[in-house]
Design a protein around this ligand. Structure first.
Ligand code: CP
Length: 310
């Protein structure tokens, strides 16, 4: 696999292999000397046109743990601010010898464009393209479900509920694709204005009532941030009405099964889509998701740059 721009780049077997590689590579992060020589001599460029905390930092640490050289490209201090195009930026990185470009971009399809343009020889890893996809987030979420729920390679029968702003969520889209590939069943829930009708073509069940969705006893409740920055008009009547209908508040938390897990990709809006009671509940695995992001990104970089674990 040269690029990872979409979950559709993966077969069930290759997805499970990446999860298994991630599990193995995670042990490096518990050692005194947290370093492997695998990517020595390779150069990884983090090309982020949108803000990020978790994804950018974990890709940087992941590349460094594998001994690659890492360049962090900050759109606000680069020649992008002078109007340089994606093509010219890519050609510049090619001239400087980049072996992999990890890109976050506000436009859906930007990572595919970069990977298929012929501008560069480097591998491309999609770190989020607008509302379209975020494949490494879906992989780290699947790894977290596997570990926390003791699934092994068998996701069949797993019920996952994804709640909130489905419309703008690359996390939801990549999770739905990967969980379907692995055999889980996915329900999405949110207000009509934030659940696009075409999402059902991805093979999900849709609810417009959070409490009814919880009554189906999902083993995973994944809350999503409301992405106000992607909304050009009001998509719900008021913050208070959204909180009343769609927040994972203490009352709804009490309906979540005792052995279920609560997930959120971050950043969280505490008090909005998720209460602090839910974010800090023993069933919350939000920080485990962050930790798993490091191992998954090590596995993905190793896969695209050197063909994965032996
Ligand atoms: N989950 C996620 O992509 O977080 P960041 O935007 O902080 O990278």
């Amino acid at each position: 696999m040269k690029h990872l721009v979409s979950i559709s780049d993966l077969s069930r077997d290759s997805a499970l292999q990446l999860l298994s590689d991630s599990e193995q590579l995670a042990s490096v992060n518990d050692r005194d000397i947290k370093k492997l020589p695998t990517l020595r001599g390779k150069t990884v460029v983090n090309l982020f046109y949108e803000n990020s905390t978790r994804t950018r930092i974990s890709f940087e640490i992941a590349a460094k743990r594998l001994s690659a050289d890492v360049i962090n490209f900050d759109a606000s201090t680069s020649s992008l601010s002078k109007g340089e195009s994606l093509r010219d930026t890519a050609l510049t990185l090619q001239a400087l010898g980049a072996d992999a470009i990890v890109m976050r971009h506000p436009m859906a399809g930007a990572a595919t464009r970069l990977a298929t343009s012929g501008w560069i020889d480097a591998s491309v890893v999609n770190a989020g393209d607008g509302p379209h996809e975020h494949p490494t987030q879906a992989l780290l979420d699947a790894l977290t479900m596997q570990q926390q729920l003791g699934l092994g390679d068998d996701f069949s029968g797993l019920k996952v509920l994804i709640v909130g702003d489905i419309l703008h969520s690359r996390v939801a889209r990549s999770n739905i694709m990967l969980l379907n590939l692995l055999g889980a069943s996915v329900t999405v829930a949110g207000p009509h204005s934030l659940v696009p009708l075409e999402i059902s073509s991805l093979g999900v069940k849709i609810h417009h009532d959070f409490d009814q969705a919880l009554a189906e006893k999902p083993s995973v409740v994944m809350m999503l941030r409301v992405q106000a920055e992607r909304m050009s008009k009001e998509l719900f009547p008021s913050a208070s009405s959204y909180i009343k209908l769609w927040s994972l508040n203490p009352e709804r938390l009490s309906q979540v099964e005792s052995d279920a897990i609560v997930m959120h990709p971050g950043p969280m809006n505490r008090g909005f889509e998720i209460s602090s009671a839910a974010a800090d509940d023993p069933r919350s695995v939000v920080l485990r998701q962050v930790t798993n992001g490091l191992a998954v990104r090590m596995a993905v970089l190793q896969q695209v740059l050197s063909g994965g674990l032996e």
